[in-house]
Design a protein around this ligand. Structure first.
Ligand SMILES: NC(=O)c1ccc[n+]([C@@H]2O[C@H](COP(=O)([O-])OP(=O)(O)OC[C@H]3O[C@@H](n4cnc5c(N)ncnc54)[C@H](OP(=O)(O)O)[C@@H]3O)[C@@H](O)[C@H]2O)c1
Length: 335
């Protein structure tokens, strides 16, 4: 089968290879992967910047989707023709990860989705929502589940709540879509007026250009008549957290997801004490929540925002593109 491998760090080392076709063992399914999507983490892994895998080579990209084409002995919940996505954490089934549930992640410690076929444990995949193409389904396992975890699992967003979304990257755009479907009011920030126009077409109620409005946290708070937003979905880090604390209402939720604007947290303890905010570290999510997200996606007919689709031959260009930050939503590779 055709595949890509990362043999040493650097995008130039993401190389086309031929591999043996895999065979499913007991409890496993063989999936013909038809699409993969790119997350910022995939770029960082390829560059050796994020939890670098100890054993190279690996097949990159955590997220993909495809069709079950063979099943091993003892598989009961899946059959040939089912469309599935591998889990980001194939061993994390439910609840908190108190043991080694997160020791293995797809596209890092085990091979990812930039290949024609993959063998996965039956419990290591979820069925895709029925209205999604494989290109669309490939968008959800990391970015979608992270947004779901931030909004639903940890912040319990209710109709009428206000949610502040930072930037227009892939997690943020899923946050907009899920928050709107949950009945929340959504405020989006971006460095680009063009992207803010796009965010409006996706349902954003209010938008703020964070380049033009340095006190965007206060601006968001003013949009809630001074009460503060119920949830800030934090993807920035160092240089955004201060404003996020200015935006949050007393007792609101700040799920911490990313470090696009720096990874050292420099904050006043009094920000936390004064706001009574609940700050949650987010690590994508578990199988139970992934299935709940897929059910919600099915129920609401949500389709992800795909910025650009690349051919299999253009995989390295696609991974590079995530670092340029020109996209709104997801970058996809068809296989
Ligand atoms: N903890 C987890 O489980 C988890 C899961 C997924 C991702 N992440 C992390 O979350 C972050 C976002 O991931 P992603 O896939 O959404 O990335 P992405 O698609 O690459 O997001 C890029 C966008 O982030 C926005 N951005 C950059 N700096 C910003 C700033 N200072 N303030 C506000 N927005 C800013 C920009 O939006 P504009 O162009 O509109 O300004 C940029 O286009 C990354 O750090 C990623 O590693 C963590």
């Amino acid at each position: 089968m055709k595949a890509y491998e990362l043999a040493q760090f650097g995008i130039e080392h993401v190389q086309r290879v031929l591999m043996d076709d895999p065979t499913p063992g007991p409890g496993q399914v063989l999936v013909k992967l038809n699409a993969a999507s790119i997350n910022y983490r995939d770029y960082m892994i390829c560059m050796g910047q994020f939890a670098p895998p100890e054993d190279l080579p690996i097949v990159p990209l955590s997220d993909g989707a495809g069709e079950v084409v063979a099943v091993g002995d003892g598989v009961t919940g899946l059959g040939i023709g089912d469309h599935v996505s591998p889990l980001f954490f194939p061993r994390w089934m439910s609840g908190d990860a108190l043991g080694d549930e997160r020791a293995v992640s797809t596209g890092c410690e085990v091979d990812g989705c930039l290949r024609e076929y993959g063998v996965f444990d039956e419990q290591g995949v979820v069925k895709c929502a029925s209205h999604l193409t494989d290109e669309q389904a490939a968008c959800f396992p990391c970015a979608g589940l992270t947004a779901w975890n931030a909004l639903v699992t940890t912040s319990d967003v209710q109709p009428g709540d206000s949610v502040l979304v930072l930037g227009t990257g892939s997690v943020s755009i899923f946050t907009v879509q899920f928050a709107k479907a949950l009945g929340a009011r959504v405020i989006v920030t971006s460095s680009s007026d063009e992207k803010l126009k796009r965010a409006k077409t996706l349902g954003a109620d209010d938008v703020i250009n964070y380049r033009d409005t340095s006190e965007w946290g206060l601006a968001a708070k003013e949009l809630t008549a001074g009460r503060g937003v119920d949830v800030v979905v934090e993807v920035g880090g160092t240089s955004t957290l201060g404003q996020s604390f200015k935006a949050i209402r007393r007792g609101g939720h700040i799920p911490i997801i990313g470090a696009l604007a720096g990874e050292k947290m420099d904050m006043l303890v009094y920000d936390l004490i004064g706001t009574n905010a609940h700050v949650h570290g987010i690590s994508v999510g578990n199988r139970h929540d992934c299935q709940a997200m897929m059910d919600f996606v099915d129920q609401h007919g949500i389709t992800p925002v795909i910025d650009q689709t690349y051919g299999f031959d253009e995989a390295a260009d696609a991974i590079r593109a995530i670092d340029k930050g020109a996209h709104v939503g997801k970058l996809i590779i068809t296989i």
